[in-house]
Write a protein of this length. Structure first.
Length: 68
């Protein structure tokens, strides 16, 4: 994964995820935040980073911005 994608995650994707309404997922997210040990939290955050970056790229490829 390129350094640019990691930068994009830290400066654009992650803030968007943090600002998204949690609604029915708030309890589950809160449980993840409170219950994970340090090692598992690191693994969870890296997995989230990987998944979010590739989801973002998939969105670009499948064309939300493509003309209809």
């Amino acid at each position: 994964m390129s350094d640019f994608m990691k930068w994009l995650y830290a400066h654009y994707i992650k803030p968007q995820l943090d600002a998204a309404p949690q609604d029915e997922y708030e309890m589950w997210i809160s449980l993840m935040d409170g219950d994970l040990e340090h090692q598992f939290r690191e693994e969870y955050e890296k997995t989230l980073e990987f998944t979010a970056i590739h989801t973002f790229l998939l969105g670009l490829r499948t064309g939300r911005g493509l003309p209809g």
